[in-house]
Design a protein around this ligand. Sequence first.
Ligand code: 57M
Length: 359
Amino acid sequence: MIYHLLYSLHTEISFFNVFRYITFRTIYAGLTAFLICFILGPWVIEKLREKQIGQYIRRLGPASHRDKAGTPTMGGVLMLPAILISTLLWVDLTNHYAWVVVFIIVSYFLIGFTDDYLKQIQKRNRGLRAWHKFSMQILAAAIAGTVLYMNPDFSDTVTIPFFKTVDPELGAGYILFAVLVIVGTSNAVNLTDGLDGLAIGPVIIAAATYMLFAYVAGHVRIAEYLQINYVTGCGEVTILCGAIAGAGLGFLWFNTYPAEVFMGDVGSLPLGAALGSVAVITKQEILMIIVGGIFVVEALSVILQVGYFKLSGGRRIFKMAPLHHHFELKGWAEPKVIVRFWLIAIMLALVAISTLKLR
Ligand code: 57M
């Protein structure tokens, strides 16, 4: 809205030209989202505490987690509205791709909210049934995938990192592929969200990385120079990534060890899905395996652990899955696990960025 209101004045006052620039609006989208979280954080945390939306801690978890009982959760109710408000202020609202990401954020927010609400307010400890939650995630991602596929400007090819000339066309199968990326990323972020700041750190890093990819893919000359898929209009998604990174930083202020609030499913599901949808829109879908490598490894650790547990009649590969629990049980202090995972996420982001040249 700021973009529409102020940029229209550029013919009279040339200063307002600055609102045309994606870089300028990305910076301010990030700052807006950060400030919303930072300023409203204490009030929202207090409200969550008043409503007794405190975390129940499972008995079989690492003993260090017992002290966390009662920490307010559902911090996503702070972060996701901050992203949406900032997006509505700074993005060109006629942009089709921005609305696809907004749709994904809102639908996954509602799924996560329902799940947390049942767990927290109605004290139905397990929340939504797994298959209900999963079908709703698939449905929302399929709607987004179909809208993208129907857009004649949007290509149904898949970019394979490091291979410039290999880009298979999937046809309508692209919708299924988009579902896989969006639902997979959403659930992988959710599984990672088990230590203070562990999920939000790599979310910020991934949003910052995709910020760069969205800018590059939406810029005809840079995209041509780097020989990557040019996606008309996807530059506006840069601003959304800025808002996600900014809100993430604002949330991390309170979620850093020792956390004053957890994000809940209402935070982890929409954040992961938003990143997945950005990966699809920027045509850097497979790259998510590298950018979101921490999420992938955490999810894989669960798949391997559960698979091996069932096949071997109760034996385990890791001391406990997801992987962060394994390191905790090995005796690493919680902040050590968190910061080391962040460091790996930064290294992976650098490798991902290098694919712009290494092809
Ligand atoms: C949610 N939720 C956290 C918080 C957060 C299949 C199985 C592996 C699934 C997995 C699972 O349920 N994962 C998804 C993980 C929980 O955090 C809440 O959930 C929200 C995210 N959805 O925002 O509201 C706990 O995590 C800790 N936490 C922090 N700081 C944060 O900033 O410390 C979260 C955010 C919180 C808090 O303690 O209560 C969670 O871990 O439950 N299940 C598991 O992860 C369980 N693993 C398991 O059972 N492994 C077995 C299987 C696979 C064979 C094994 O390895 O033997 C572990 N979960 C817990 N304790 N709590 C087991 C130990």
